[in-house]
Design a binder for this molecule. Sequence first.
Ligand SMILES: Cc1cc2nc3c(=O)[nH]c(=O)nc-3n(C[C@H](O)[C@H](O)[C@H](O)COP(=O)(O)OP(=O)(O)OC[C@H]3O[C@@H](n4cnc5c(N)ncnc54)[C@H](O)[C@@H]3O)c2cc1C
Ligand code: SF4
Length: 497
Amino acid sequence: MNTSFDIIIVGSGAGGGTMARALADTGAKILVIERGDFIPQEDQNWSAEAVWKQLRYRTTETWRDEGGIPFRPYTHYCVGGNTKFWGTVMYRLRPEDFGVVQHEDGVSPAWPIDYATLAPYYDRAEQLYGVHGEAGVDPTEGPRGPYPYPPVPHARVVSEIVTRLTQQGLHPSALPLGLQPSCILCNTCNSFPCKIHAKSDAEVCGIGPATKQANVTLWTNARAHRLFTDASGKRIESVEVERAGQMTRVSAPLVIVSCGAVNSAALLLRSANDQHPGGLANSSGLVGKRYMAHLATMMQGFHPFRVNDTVFQKTVAINDFYFKGPHSPFPLGQIQSQGRTHGVMAQTVAPMFPVRAFEAWSARGVDWLAMTEDLPRVENRVTVEANGGIRLHYQPNNLRAHKRLVRETRCMLRKLGFWMVVTHSHKSKNTTHQCGTLVFGTDPRKSVLDTYCRTHDIENLLVVDASFFPSSAAVNPGLTIVAQALRVADHIKSTRA
Ligand SMILES: Cc1cc2nc3c(=O)[nH]c(=O)nc-3n(C[C@H](O)[C@H](O)[C@H](O)COP(=O)(O)OP(=O)(O)OC[C@H]3O[C@@H](n4cnc5c(N)ncnc54)[C@H](O)[C@@H]3O)c2cc1C
Ligand code: SF4
């Protein structure tokens, strides 16, 4: 078995899958190590029962919260990572998100790069992931050209809502969505894998095309346990991988960790050694710290006499409160329409009622997501327990702003005529938008990674996934992870040449 490569990438999600694709044409011998398997294309992909009740594709691993209580994180270990399940909402950060932003509950820090630096990579990321959208309508968007593909048309009910939102003085805009031409706009997209591979995910747009090239090897069901440094402590010498029950060591002059924000931090912490007693690349003491996730509340407007016949509902966003609220000078966040709630999904929240009741309810509801920025706090962090398990210490913050956003959304929905608005939040156990555990920056005392995601301490170790975010902004993170991966890949190519 070959154990020596030019580049090792650990993880095949938004960061790792994109890196593999972007580096494949270098001809370098690339090994992608992925702890999960391919998601099979099967009927259960689109079954709410399988996805929401049986949690068929979710990891069975448990993490512990800060009180030591075990919980099953909302995350997936598979080829393509969490992008296999994402809602394909692919937003650019707003230009202001790259600067210091004062929030009601504290400061959102500046990024070491600005919007203009990432903009060309956002363009390429949108091309690579086939993003549909409409430029020039969203009042918060930065300078940009047209989207690669036109916006997904609103269904009748959503279209009527958009007209009435505009009459309320709001500025609804098309949700940017990464969809392949074969998409049939079904009602099992967000949180479901796509049975026909029409979702722009990191398997379809990253790993799949990359592994068509002979120089790219993918190991599935292969889990990286530790990284070993050489005698100088300045370079990664090998990666210890468990594959088919066997421990193997593989090596490469360049190692890119892309395990997702929680697992990448955990891998560095687990790899502590004499030269790096606090975990690898941790001279700043920041590895695992500043964990962020968005504050998110699902909201449903209900009207007993209005049947909602929409199939694909996730097409509109309202960003009017992104920078400030109508009754607050501080940012509140973003409102998006959501995929249709299935009865089974609702029943997981209140199992005492029959699924038929929820189906009848959901048929008369329109679903929304209210999302607010989470601020980085050093107390919110990932640690590793003596047995190697993950502990997630997390207390949400910026709650007042989020409550205001939920209030404004409720008010907006009531003005639309909905009789009732019900809300649900996964609260602090929602790890879907995890980020920020290995912050990037220019000062090695205040950051773990440099601006090209190379660790300050270990010259051949990069981390390219959601870990590098200095702030979480209030838009979905995926496109920014992909854009930064493309930027890092370009940098690797130019510095290796
Ligand atoms: C239901 C859901 C809906 C979402 N919707 C959206 C959306 O609409 N828009 C958006 O922008 N974002 C969305 N997200 C978030 C988005 O999916 C993540 O931000 C993104 O996938 C993170 O990319 P990543 O590279 O950091 O990690 P991931 O994509 O999670 O990839 C990490 C990979 O590393 C592998 N791995 C972990 N540890 C190891 C190890 N030790 N050894 C080997 N492999 C390892 C994992 O199996 C995984 O494949 C959603 C997430 C979920 C769960
Ligand atoms: S067909 Fe389209 S809407 Fe349905 S799951 Fe696939 S990508 Fe999503």
